[in-house]
Design a protein around this ligand. Structure first.
Ligand SMILES: Cc1cc2nc3c(=O)[nH]c(=O)nc-3n(C[C@H](O)[C@H](O)[C@H](O)COP(=O)(O)OP(=O)(O)OC[C@H]3O[C@@H](n4cnc5c(N)ncnc54)[C@H](O)[C@@H]3O)c2cc1C
Length: 455
C-alpha cells in the first residue's frame, strides 16, 4: 500500500481528519488529494472592476482548494445540534457537541484566539421573537470572520504540511476496491491505501453520486433550500447582531404552513456570488477586521423543498430555478423589496435612486419571474414578520438577491463510524449529505479519524 490513509478533499472535513490522525498516530502515512489549489494560490478573479461576474474558472477558488468551500466563508462555527447537519443522529448529541467544541479549541490554538463566541441561549430576543410567531434557534456561534478564518487555515496547513503528503490540483477520478484496501485514480495514476476518507463537499456532489453508483453504495435523496439573500442597512439588525452575531430564526407561513428561515447572517458584510457546477448563485460573508466591514448586513431567507415520488431530484429542481435566474440576469438578479411587492422589475435607475448601496454588482430584475409563487409568497410573509422584530426589514429599499440555493448532497448510507458498506471506506462532511456546516463537517473529520486510530 502507498498510504495507510488517503483523504479525498481538503475542506474542513478532510483537514480535521488529517489533523486528528497525525496527532493521535504520527507514524501513519497519510495523503490528501485535493481538486483545487493550495491556500495561497486560491484567488477569485472577480474584482468588481475589470471582472464583475463569474467567468467559470476550471477550479472555482471559492469552492475548492485547501480549506474547501469554507476557506473564504464567514467562518461562523455554530456549535449546536439544532442546525448545520444531522451528525448527532449517527454519533449521539453529546459527542457531536463535544467534537464541535474540540474543533473550536483547535481553531483558537491556531490563530482564532480573541475572536468572540456568541450565544443565543436565554436572551431577551427569544421572547421578542416568539411574541411575533418567530422562533429563534439556540446555538453558540464562534465568528472567526473571513480574515481570521484564513489565518487559522494557513496555520493548520503549516502544521500539517510536513506530516501529511498533499496533492493539490489533483482531482480524484475514481475510487476502486483493491486487495486489502482501496485504489484511487487521478489523471491516469493509481495510489493505494488501506483506508480511504472521502470528504468532497458540495462541489464534489456529482462525483460522489457517480462513485456511489459505481460501488453500489445506497443513497437517498436530500432536500434543497431555495430563496433569496436579503441586504439592508446594518442598523436595522444591529440590536440582534451586536448581541447574537447570527440569529437563526424560523417562521411558519400562514398561507401555506411552509417554514422559512434566516440563514448565514453577515453583519456589516458583503454579498458574493458562488459557482456550483457552473451555476451562479448568491452567498454572503463578512470580515472580523472593522476596516473591511461594510455598512450593510446580509442574510438568506430560505424555504426547504424535498421530493419523493415520482420526482426525486431535489437538487435538479434547485438547479433549474438557478439556471432560470442565470438566463434572465446573466448571473445573480437583484430587486428592491418595494419593486417586488409592486409587481415591477428593478431597473438600474430605481437602484441608483435607492438609499442603500449594494455590495454585489448584480443585474436589476424581477425575482417573481424566477422563484415559484409559493416560495416567493413565503419570503414576503417572512420579511413582514421580521419587520416586527427588526423594523426597517420591509422597507422599499431592502435588496433581495436571487437566487440563493443550498444544495445538499444525497445522503450516503453510513454507520456510526461514518463508514460505508465497504469496510475502511468512510464518507464524511457535506459530501455525505449528513453535514451542512463548518462545525459539523470538521467534527465528522475528527470522529472518523478517532475511529480509525481506535480500530
Ligand atoms: C461562501 C460560503 C460561505 C459559507 N459560510 C459558512 C459559515 O459561515 N458557517 C458554516 O458553518 N458554513 C458555511 N459555509 C458552508 C461550509 O463552507 C461547508 O459546510 C463546509 O466547508 C463543508 O466542509 P467539507 O469538508 O465537507 O466540504 P468542502 O469544504 O466543500 O471541501 C471539499 C473539498 O473537496 C474537494 N473535492 C471535491 N471533489 C474532489 C475530487 N473528486 N477529488 C479531490 N478533491 C475533491 C473540493 O475541491 C473541496 O476543496 C459556507 C459556504 C460558502 C460557499
Amino acid at each position: 500500500m502507498n498510504y495507510d490513509v488517503i483523504i479525498i478533499g481538503a475542506g474542513p472535513g478532510g483537514i480535521f481528519s488529517a489533523y486528528e490522525l497525525v496527532k493521535l498516530k504520527p507514524e501513519l502515512k497519510v495523503a490528501v488529494f485535493e481538486a483545487g489549489h493550495a491556500l495561497e494560490k486560491r484567488h477569485c478573479p472577480i474584482d468588481g472592476d475589470k471582472i464583475k461576474s463569474c467567468i467559470g474558472c476550471k477550479s472555482c477558488s471559492i469552492m475548492s482548494g485547501f480549506g474547501g468551500a469554507g476557506a473564504f466563508s464567514d467562518g461562523k462555527y455554530n456549535i449546536t445540534n439544532d442546525f448545520g447537519g444531522t451528525l448527532y443522529e449517527y454519533i449521539g448529541k453529546q459527542r457531536a457537541v463535544e467534537l464541535m467544541r474540540y474543533v473550536d479549541d483547535i481553531n483558537m490554538e491556531y490563530g482564532g484566539e480573541g475572536t468572540k463566541l456568541y450565544s443565543t441561549a436565554g436572551t431577551r430576543f427569544k421572547t421578542l421573537c416568539i411574541q411575533h410567531d418567530l422562533h429563534l434557534l439556540e446555538a453558540s456561534v464562534r465568528h472567526l470572520g473571513t480574515d481570521i478564518n484564513y489565518v487559522v487555515l494557513n496555520n493548520l496547513y503549516n502544521y500539517l504540511k510536513d506530516k501529511v503528503e498533499f496533492f493539490f490540483d489533483t482531482p480524484v477520478n475514481a475510487v476502486e476496491k483493491a486487495d486489502g484496501g482501496y485504489r484511487i485514480v487521478s489523471d491516469g495514476k493509481a495510489y493505494t491505501c488501506e483506508k480511504c476518507i472521502v470528504s468532497v463537499g458540495r462541489s464534489g456532489s456529482k462525483w460522489m453520486e457517480r462513485v456511489c453508483r459505481e460501488l453500489d453504495i445506497p443513497t437517498k435523496s436530500n432536500r434543497v433550500d431555495l430563496g433569496v439573500r436579503v441586504e439592508l442597512p446594518a442598523a436595522v439588525f444591529a440590536h440582534l447582531t451586536d448581541e447574537l452575531y447570527e440569529s437563526k430564526i424560523v417562521y411558519r407561513t400562514a398561507t401555506y404552513g411552509d417554514k422559512v428561515r434566516t440563514f448565514c447572517m453577515n453583519p456589516k458584510g458583503a454579498v458574493v456570488t458562488e459557482n456550483t457546477n457552473g451555476i451562479i448563485t448568491v452567498n454572503g460573508h463578512s470580515y472580523e477586521d472593522p476596516s473591511k466591514q461594510t455598512g450593510n448586513t446580509n442574510f438568506a431567507l430560505l424555504v426547504s423543498k424535498s421530493f419523493s415520488e415520482p420526482f426525486k431530484d431535489s437538487n435538479g429542481y434547485g438547479e433549474s430555478i438557478a439556471r432560470l435566474s442565470n438566463m434572465l440576469g446573466g448571473g445573480v438578479i437583484v430587486q428592491r423589496f418595494g419593486d417586488l411587492i409592486r409587481g415591477r422589475r428593478s431597473t438600474p435607475g430605481r437602484m441608483e435612486d435607492s438609499f442603500i448601496t449594494p455590495t454585489l454588482n448584480a443585474t436589476p430584475g424581477d425575482l417573481s419571474l424566477v422563484l415559484p409563487k409559493r416560495i416567493l409568497d413565503g419570503i414576503i410573509e417572512m420579511i413582514y414578520a421580521l419587520d416586527k422584530v427588526a423594523p426597517g426589514t420591509a422597507n422599499d429599499d431592502t435588496l433581495l438577491y436571487g437566487v440563493e440555493v443550498k444544495f445538499y448532497n444525497m445522503e450516503v448510507e453510513v454507520n456510526e463510524r461514518l463508514e460505508s458498506c465497504y469496510p475502511g471506506l468512510y464518507i464524511i462532511g457535506d459530501g455525505s449529505g449528513i453535514t451542512h456546516s463548518l462545525s459539523h463537517a470538521s467534527a465528522s473529520g475528527v470522529h472518523v479519524a478517532r475511529g480509525i486510530v481506535e480500530a
